[in-house]
Write a protein of this length. Sequence first.
Length: 325
Amino acid sequence: MKLKLVAAGVLLAFGLGAQAAPLIIKYSHVVADVTPKGQAALKFKELAEKKLPGKVEIQVFPNSQLFGDGKEMEALLLGDVQILAPSLAKFGKYTKQIQIFDLPFLFNDIQAVDRFQGSKEGLGLLNSMESKGIKGFGFLHNGMKQLSANVPLGSPTDAKGLKFRIQASDVLEAQFKAVGGNPQKLAFAEVYQALQTGVVDGTENPWSNIYSKKFHEVQKYIMDSNHGVLDYMVIGNAKWWAGLPPDIQKGLSEAMTESIKFGNKVAFDEDMAFRQKVIAENKAKVLPMSKEHLTAWRTAMKPVWSKFEGDIGKDLIDSALKANK
Ligand code: LMR
């Protein structure tokens, strides 16, 4: 009897009855849950756990809770987090080509960005960091950026002498320098306070980020400038990915593809709704930009293209321009 009990115990612990603990996968990002990226991350959790019941547990950390800008890439390479979706502006240290997305006035709208990302040349960029240990799963939209400040930025000369918060991108640095601004690289988590306390005078971000982080409460004017794009690449630690069993890889891949599709739909469908919410709160004035003003901004910022053409490649810029039609 005693022997039987011991045998049953051994079986339970090591054999039939024992369920292996699920594989914990951490997905960290810096924005709010309501944004396209926040929604895509939560969708990934829902789908992956449904497709691989009991096998994986996805832990999503929004709002720079686990890692903020600056730390998150290092954490991914060290294996402290498995999935991230940094803005395309934040890969400059790992690949020069992806800087293409920061060129001002390159894309007419988010549909053009979408066409370029889906082209052979665009898709090629997903593999551009594999030698650095970074696997690209796919592009994810947020939206076109809008300029904001405490003065209306109608003409590019209005930006002269103003301090602008930028993401960690040399192209964005050159963009604001081209209009006489004083750009400062700051982590996303620091932007609200920097605007509130006057450390910087202005910034640029898509509507979902402006609204969810309340930038409109600490900026007097937001321009409908659509002068550039803020999108993401969802990435993983390449070594970690390669070591996963095939069934887990398959389930995660499917969940990833579907979650990106879902996030992109949120981006397309809700961008204008976030703009409307900003307008409805009536804290910052949202100002249209005339064709003449936009042309003046485009002309002032255009030299940035040639400055980075050598790094990015003229062919790649040409294929991006083709996506505008
Ligand atoms: C920013 O730093 O402004 C953005 O990259 C934040 C984000 O992830 O959308």
